[in-house]
Design a protein around this ligand. Structure first.
Ligand SMILES: Cc1cc2nc3c(=O)[nH]c(=O)nc-3n(C[C@H](O)[C@H](O)[C@H](O)COP(=O)(O)O)c2cc1C
Length: 369
């Protein structure tokens, strides 16, 4: 029976426990996407706080794929020296850190990039009318950008990379029939919609070698009408398994999913309200043997322990609880096993969007009372 604090491995990456800091846009990079001392200090704090694996905030692999202000970038070699300082800081304390590789697709920030957002299909929605259907050449170029980003991650000393194919960003848009209306070999049946994701994985693997951990984050479902669903998720997971992925993080939702967005608002004050994607994880585990990293609404030690002991997941991934308490795992390990104090009120987005960088807005407000 698996244990939360046992040593495990994802490919060549040895992990001290089964807790993961899920990718979190910190808004602490410089305007050009380069890593800053404040971002390094946050990673050190998380590592000291006891989490087994940190996944970086989504890093844009090409400039037209930037999603938000002060987002981490991985689009050129000049970014490597500063990122190396971040991985060195985490490794000094024997922690592990994986770089999340991303492209925002139709959700790219035109005001920051000055470039027309590219996605699987043109959209006629007013607020995203600028989104342009990618040509085959642009798809090929984007696949290469992911591979180059992975190589830069490896050169910067990251312990692995995670492909961001969730939450309605570019690769998730391709997977989803809600966003992907293409009539060519990248649209239509699920094998076609998954093509670009598998091309990205293949191109990365070819460049980084077999030993380097390559993870992916996908949606369990989109929670939109005619979106990507659990059945398709299991099919895509099987394709990724065959293609040699090392771990799959299961999330869900997109910006268009109403109350089922990836960061569901609302206090989680009972065990019943925890674990957004429990049923999807069950479906995954029936068919797939690649290690599962489960994220979304996990808040209690007892729930995390049960999830691991019953084999519903292999890793417990948390985001908002670590914004509130970067040392949550240390606290749990030391014997104080009370639930995370995170309120899931999403006020943490406020300072990030305002360019101040990530912190728990609610905790600060309470302290200043
Ligand atoms: C401030 C903030 C930034 C986020 N940035 C990312 C990101 O860069 N990449 C990503 O895959 N998910 C991102 N997420 C989503 C989380 O990784 C996670 O999937 C979601 O918050 C659900 O987990 P939780 O209930 O433990 O918070 C972000 C969430 C928050 C609150």
């Amino acid at each position: 029976m698996a244990d939360l604090f046992e040593v495990s491995a994802i490919n060549s990456m040895k992990l001290e426990n089964r807790f993961v800091r899920s990718a979190t846009w910190e808004g602490l990079a410089d305007d050009d996407g380069s890593c800053t001392p404040r971002l390094i200090a946050l990673m050190e704090e998380l590592d000291t706080g006891g989490v087994g694996l940190i996944i970086s905030g989504h890093a844009y692999v090409s400039q037209e794929g930037q999603a938000g202000p002060r987002q981490l970038g991985i689009y050129c070699d000049e970014l490597i020296p500063h990122l190396s300082k971040m991985t060195e800081a985490v490794h000094r304390q024997s922690g592990k850190i994986v770089l999340q590789l991303a492209h925002a697709g139709c959700r790219a920030a035109f005001d920051l990039t000055g470039k027309k957002p590219l996605g699987p299909s043109n959209t006629d929605k007013e607020d995203s009318s600028l989104c342009k259907e990618m040509t085959h050449e642009e798809i090929h170029h984007t696949v290469e950008s992911f591979a180059k980003g992975a190589v830069r991650g490896q050169q910067s000393g990251f312990d692995g990379v995670q492909i961001h194919a969730a939450h309605g960003y570019l690769l998730s848009q391709f997977l989803s029939p809600f966003y992907n209306k293409r009539k060519d070999e990248y649209g239509g049946r699920i094998e076609n919609r998954a093509r670009i994701v598998l091309e990205v994985l293949g191109a990365i693997r070819e460049k980084v070698g077999d030993q380097f951990p390559v993870l992916i984050k996908i949606n369990s479902e989109d929670f939109v009408q005619d979106g990507f669903n659990v059945e398709e998720m299991v099919q895509v997971a099987a394709m990724l398994e065959k293609a040699g992925i090392d771990a799959i993080e299961l999330s869900g939702g997109t910006v268009d999913s109403g109350k089922f967005i990836p960061v569901r608002p609302g206090k989680i004050d009972s065990e019943e309200k925890e674990v957004y994607y429990r049923e999807a994880a069950k479906g995954y585990k029936e068919k797939i043997s690649v290690p599962l990293v489960l994220v979304g609404g996990i808040r209690s030690y007892s729930v995390a322990e049960q999830l691991i002991k019953t084999g519903l997941t292999d890793y417990i991934s948390l985001c908002r609880p670590f914004i509130r308490e970067p040392d949550l795992i240390k606290r749990w390990k030391s014997g104080d096993k009370s639930r995370s104090t995170c309120l899931s009120d999403n006020l943490c987005f406020k300072p990030v969007r305002a360019g101040e960088g990530l912190y728990c807005y609610t905790a600060k407000k309470l302290r200043n009372k």
